[in-house]
Design a protein. Structure first.
Ligand code: BTN
Length: 323
């Protein structure tokens, strides 16, 4: 309903729209219209109201409502349907449900905040309201589940490219799929897959990106290792504008992946990660391995030469770079 009222107000940007007309076109009472206008104001919309002439939209806040985003989108199919929420437990969980119920490839779930934002390895993703991006994209790639990790690598490359194009800064990918700026984490990816033995039904691509956080807003435990685009660029970031850039890169890289295969993705990922030969300490399922990174396998696993000379493949975990 918020979105429908905003669409009407935008149809005639400088003219007043009478309360009667809004109520007629949306088939709701005048009181309901008035209540909605009041609610929109609390969300940051500046709406002029005149008893004689009706309502007029003066200014919009940086909300991620479909009616705010759609005019900016340059994509062909990602984000054609956007499900917007002010609060959700997790956009990934919501997108998973929607996909189970038949949602199309390219549908996007966005929430202004998350109560239980899911991070990797069972952690929580810090998701305060109206500052950052928390989104999940539904993909239905025609491929077998063993290739699914390439989708994660693809999304990491797309996110890094979007950051670079938007800011001119140079992000790095840290295995498996953290995006770093200035050595600190700015974005994280969590993909969930629903499949049978040889066929993927869908993949939920979850991306959390810190945009307008100040350093003091981060919980103490992550303050020294996390950053935001505002901190790095020294100015407020338009969340809609960044979202537009991100969805465009995702569509571009996913199309490249589908047409040209995984080798192009792996190469782009390796260029961004520059992991070969680096000294690393890896924690994986309670085990700590110290050694040198040899490469990343075609399934996204880290290949490592341990200090003891052993060659190991690590499929999940965290790494710290060593000098
Ligand atoms: C990580 O631990 O680095 C991954 C974090 C992924 C967070 C995003 S926020 C949007 C989407 N919904 C979730 O519940 N998680 C992902």
């Amino acid at each position: 309903m918020d979105d429908e009222i905003l669409k009407l107000l935008r149809e005639s940007p400088s003219a007043f729209l009478s309360g009667e007309e809004v109520s007629r076109r949306l088939k709701v009472s005048r009181t309901a219209v008035w209540k909605r206008m009041k609610r929109l104001r609390t969300l940051g919309y500046e709406i002029e109201a005149s008893t004689r002439s009706g309502y007029r939209l003066i200014r919009s806040p940086d909300l991620l409502l479909p009616s705010e985003i759609k005019p900016l989108l340059k994509t062909k199919w990602i984000g054609k349907t956007v499900h917007h929420f002010h609060v959700l437990d997790s956009t990934n969980s919501k997108a998973y449900q929607l996909a189970l119920n038949g949602a199309d490839e390219g549908e996007v779930v966005i929430s202004e905040s998350q109560g239980k934002g899911k991070g990797r390895l069972g952690r929580q993703w810090f998701s305060p309201p109206y500052l950052n991006l928390y989104l999940s994209v539904i993909l239905r790639p025609k491929m077998s589940p063993h290739q699914a990790s390439l989708i994660t690598l693809m999304a990491a490359v797309a996110t890094a490219d979007a950051i670079q194009k938007f800011s001119g800064l140079l992000p790095l990918i840290k295995w498996p799929n953290d995006i770093l700026l200035g050595g600190r984490k700015i974005a994280g990816l969590l993909n969930e897959i629903h499949s049978e033995t040889d066929r993927i039904h869908f993949v939920i691509l979850g991306i959390g990106m810190n945009l307008n956080m100040d350093e003091k807003m981060f919980p103490e435990e992550i303050r020294t290792v996390a950053t935001s685009l505002k901190i790095e660029m020294g100015r407020m970031i338009s969340r809609k504008a960044f979202l537009q850039a991100l969805l465009q890169e995702l569509e571009k890289w996913y199309t490249i992946f589908m047409r040209q295969g995984g080798a192009v993705i792996l190469k782009a990922w390796r260029d961004r990660a520059q992991i070969k030969g680096r000294g690393v300490k890896v924690t994986s399922f309670g085990e700590t391995l110290v050694g040198r990174a040899i490469d990343v396998d075609s399934d996204g696993a880290l290949i490592l030469q341990t200090e003891g000379g052993e060659r190991r493949r690590v499929v999940a975990g965290d790494i710290v770079y060593k000098k």
